[in-house]
Write a protein that binds this ligand. Structure first.
Ligand code: UDP
Length: 241
């Protein structure tokens, strides 16, 4: 459908020009990738589920006053979002050890962390998203100290809120990744907002009782029933239609 201009195509989503200036359409694909694109696959129906799950979580965040780029869902695979300048930093927030931190420090997966740990990664496929410190981020000009302050306080608020919301439906928020953007308002003010998506593609979600993994680790580690896991998350959140 050549009805609009494609602005950007990533691994799991495509961004199209939006209906009015300052907006974009975010299209959710079924494509999955892991380990810096070394593993690729298709999870049938994932785009539809992530569109719904992210719509739901972004909307609940907006209700508590956390600014996001999300405007509204348009259809099964698309949502209208505000155009932002993406900050090239992935913010990872961890509540339990899993994935890279479990490996680096030889901590058993699932071990609760004494407090939430925040990590920053520089978004670069070429470099394999290296972990960076605040010093690197400000020295190389990827974000200012003010941007970082806003990202940290928003990130921790999102974490506290999502821990509770998800536990309410029997899910443990083990860790997740957030992306942020700069939103420029009409009077040329700038606000940091949550961008991208919040879904089982970028959260580790375990069943609170059994620790069953209900997220992209099922794809990363070939655990099977990947689509079913995403469906289960959507079902628990009440967005499976
Ligand atoms: N994550 C992500 N995109 C990335 C890297 C990590 O969404 O490029 C998410 C991942 O799904 C997990 C959290 O960030 O919820 C922490 O990931 P980790 O550093 O453990 O890396 P991984 O083991 O996933 O490679």
């Amino acid at each position: 459908m050549a009805r609009r201009r494609r602005i950007y195509e990533g691994k799991a989503k495509i961004l199209y020009e939006g209906p009015e200036p300052g907006t974009l359409i975010q299209y959710f694909k079924d494509d999955a990738s892991a380990f810096n694109n070394q593993k690729r696959g298709v999870i049938e129906g994932k785009g539809v589920l992530n569109n719904r799950i992210s719509e739901y979580l972004m909307s609940r965040l907006a209700e508590i006053g956390v600014p996001t780029h999300f405007v509204r869902r348009l259809n099964m695979r698309e949502q209208l979002v505000r155009e932002v300048e993406i900050i090239p930093i992935e913010v990872v927030i961890r509540n339990h050890a899993a994935g890279s931190i479990a490996k680096r420090f030889k901590i058993e997966e699932g071990t609760p962390l004494p407090r939430s740990i925040v990590e920053y990664y520089y978004k670069s496929d070429e470099l394999g998203d290296p972990m960076v410190s605040e010093e690197h981020i400000t020295a190389f000009g990827w974000a200012t100290t003010q941007d970082l302050d806003d990202m940290l306080s928003l990130g921790l608020r999102v974490n506290d809120f999502l821990i509770g919301l998800l536990l309410g439906v029997g899910l443990k928020l083990v860790d997740f990744k957030l992306e942020f953007g700069r939103l420029y308002t009409e009077n040329d003010e700038m606000r940091i907002v949550i961008a991208d998506e919040i879904s089982p593609d970028n959260c580790r979600l375990w069943d609170a009782r059994t620790n069953e993994r209900l997220d992209k680790d099922r794809f990363r580690e070939d655990l099977g029933n990947v689509k079913e896991a995403y469906q289960e998350v959507a079902r628990r959140l009440g967005v499976l239609t």
